[in-house]
Design a binder for this molecule. Structure first.
Ligand code: C6P
Length: 400
């Protein structure tokens, strides 16, 4: 491992003078000082509306905003920064696609998602199917928590127009074989969309290597501010698509009768963008790249192995999913203790985890649970966090 979580923690004000053990990173991540400083300095030194203000402050804000777009493009291996659309987060990115591409569907067309999706990658497609008459199909999951693709011709058919799947499950940690799934989608002429909310934050991502057409993710899950996210799309698709929202900046000309659209990516960025947050995301990317995404993924692999080894020794603790390829997320249930009680007792020891359905109710149903407890790691977590978590868990178990 080429970085020390205990040193990393010093960069995050939230840990200063605190014994907080933060294990809810799949929900959102903490922010390093460099990200806070970047947002602060944008507001205090260069605040003006981007792409509109013809004075020095405006040029500086625009330059910093566009520089961040370049960083995002480089971070995911995009061919051009024009392929980077800033949104408010993964949810908006997928809704943009479900509206824009979704509107081209007709009855008989099929949208393929899976049982392990987050609601953000289910509900927009349900709405699209209701609007257009298209059919929504689900890939199911196996006991192991991996997608069941043993019978591909049942799911990938000549009617499949859109395939939209998560890179990494926010409940089970399963990392899906996106490259292979992209190939299958393309074999039947479908568009491949990847929900990268958990992927872009924890794994090295190269969109060309993954072979997908779109990749969506959120800044706040990768040390960046809330309210900023990304939709990456291949140039040819973005050029072809209709905008999702109308307003300022996304137009070229407006008459009283009609309008023409701006070039990509601005065609999809109606209204004043969250430019300060976008600049903060750029600083988050700098921070992550300084550590190295391969190092981060290796660190999480080590922590997962360590945590699974320890959790497996606790009687009555059932871990969900055993995928071979998995990231830093573990969901479990303890016999006789409701996850909500568990979270409350852990909170007494200043340990933060998420419990509930994790915005993945169809997956929870498949697991036969209404709620699970979930721990999820990031760069500031280490084995000592897992040790304290397990000690606390044992005390709670004895209490019950
Ligand atoms: N999952 C969790 O605790 P937004 O809210 O737009 O930033 O991200 C939505 C989203 C989409 N896909 C996946 C796989 C996700 O994990 C999430 C967010 C959080 O698991 C909050 S519900």
């Amino acid at each position: 491992m080429s970085f020390l979580p205990i040193e990393i923690k010093k960069d995050f004000p939230i840990f200063s003078g605190s014994d907080l053990i933060y294990l809810d990173n799949a929900a959102t991540t903490q922010k390093p000082q460099s990200v806070l400083d970047e947002v602060d300095s944008l507001y205090s030194e260069a605040n003006a509306n981007v792409h509109r203000a013809l004075y020095s402050l405006g040029s500086e804000a625009t330059e910093r905003f566009e520089n961040s777009r370049k960083k995002v493009a480089k971070y995911i291996g995009a061919n051009s920064e024009k392929e980077i659309v800033f949104t408010s987060g993964t949810t908006e990115s997928i809704n943009l696609l479900a509206r824009s591409i979704g509107n081209t569907l007709k009855p008989g067309d099929e949208i393929l998602i899976s049982e392990m999706e987050h609601h953000s990658n289910i509900v927009p497609w349900q709405m699209t199917a209701q609007r257009t008459g298209a059919t929504l199909k689900y890939l199911s999951i196996k006991e192991t928590g991996e997608l069941d693709i043993s019978n591909p011709e049942k799911y990938f058919t000549s009617n499949t127009k859109i395939v939209s799947l998560t890179h990494m499950s926010n409940v089970l940690g399963t990392i899906n074989p996106i490259k292979k799934l992209s190939e299958k989608a393309h074999q039947v002429g479908a568009i491949m969309i990847v929900d990268g909310a958990q992927g872009a934050s924890h794994l090295p991502v190269d969109v060309n290597e993954l072979g997908c057409d779109f990749y969506a993710f959120s800044g706040h899950k990768m040390l960046g501010p809330t309210g900023i996210g990304v939709l990456w799309g291949k140039t040819e698709h973005l050029e072809e698509m209709d905008p999702f929202m109308g307003g300022g900046e996304m137009i070229n000309t407006v008459t009283m009768e009609s309008s023409t659209w701006n070039d990509i990516p601005y065609k999809f960025e109606a209204g004043t963008p969250n430019f300060a947050q976008a600049v903060g995301l750029g600083a988050a990317i700098d921070y992550l790249q300084n550590i190295g995404m391969n190092n981060i993924a290796t660190h999480e692999q080590m922590l997962i192995k360590y945590a699974l080894g320890k959790l497996n020794q606790i009687d009555g603790l059932r871990i969900h999913g055993s995928a071979k390829d998995r990231g830093g997320v573990i969901s479990f249930n303890m016999d006789g203790i409701h996850p909500h009680d568990l979270a409350q007792f852990l909170n007494e020891d200043n340990i933060a985890i998420r419990v509930g359905h994790h915005c993945a109710q169809p997956l929870l149903k498949a697991l036969g649970e209404t709620a699970t407890a979930r721990m999820s790691f990031y760069i500031y977590n280490d084995e000592s966090d897992v040790d304290k978590f397990c000690e606390s868990l044992k005390t709670i178990k004895n209490y019950f």
